[in-house]
Ligand binder design. Structure first.
Ligand code: GLN
Length: 197
């Protein structure tokens, strides 16, 4: 099933980690999908996913390919971004600096604290989302422009800043694709009124 030629073109950072499941999710929704490995792959993208994986390895890949600045430019141009798990870490102040948050890595503990739960995100229509946490981070600090959308045990695990949505869980491992729909500008979330469109 090919995407329509006018379908939105979404990039999935594919240096490392769980990018394939995001690609499947986006294709399922009719998007055109491009794996992003080098700066040239960012050309013309209308949205971007930063997947889960291992944030140290991903950071090294971004440095090796010279992707940090081009990624910042893409985001500054206003495209939507979904960061999931290690993707949330990559968005924080100490990594790409695209969100005014500080992520705490492996915050729930290591392997034993992988878990699933039903999570209601503020403003997400359709009820709670099944959220799969795997050696997940949480948001230890967030600046005033950041809107926390959900917490677990009092720790923020989903947040939005403008057109960037960061979740500590894996949004691509269930059949519930509402967050990917949001990336495609098809669906609502709290804070939408604060964005440009
Ligand atoms: N613990 C990983 C890290 O710190 C993130 C885990 C994940 O993406 N599933 O990079």
């Amino acid at each position: 099933m090919g995407a329509r030629p006018d379908a939105p073109l979404i990039g999935v950072l594919a240096l490392q980690g769980g990018f394939a499941a995001h690609e499947r999710a986006l294709r399922c929704l009719g998007a055109r999908v491009r794996q992003v490995r080098v700066p040239g792959d960012l050309e013309g993208l209308e949205g971007l996913v930063i997947p889960g994986g291992e944030s140290t390895t991903m950071t090294l890949g971004i440095e090796r390919e010279g992707l940090a600045q081009p990624l910042r430019q893409l985001v500054a141009s206003g495209v939507r971004v979904l960061g999931s798990c290690a993707g949330l870490i990559m968005l924080d102040r100490e990594h790409l600096g695209l969100m005014d948050i500080r992520a705490e890595r492996n915050a729930f503990g290591r392997q034993i604290r992988s878990f699933e739960t039903d999570l209601q995100l503020d403003g997400l229509e359709g009820g709670p989302l099944r959220a799969i946490f795997i050696r997940a981070p949480w948001i230890a600090q967030a600046g005033p422009a950041v809107q926390v959308l959900a917490s677990v045990d009092g720790h923020p695990v989903a947040a939005r800043e403008g057109e960037i949505l960061a979740v500590a869980f894996h949004a691509e491992l269930t059949d519930d694709l509402r967050l990917h729909r949001w990336l495609l500008k098809d669906g609502s979330l709290a804070g939408a009124a604060a964005s440009n469109g």
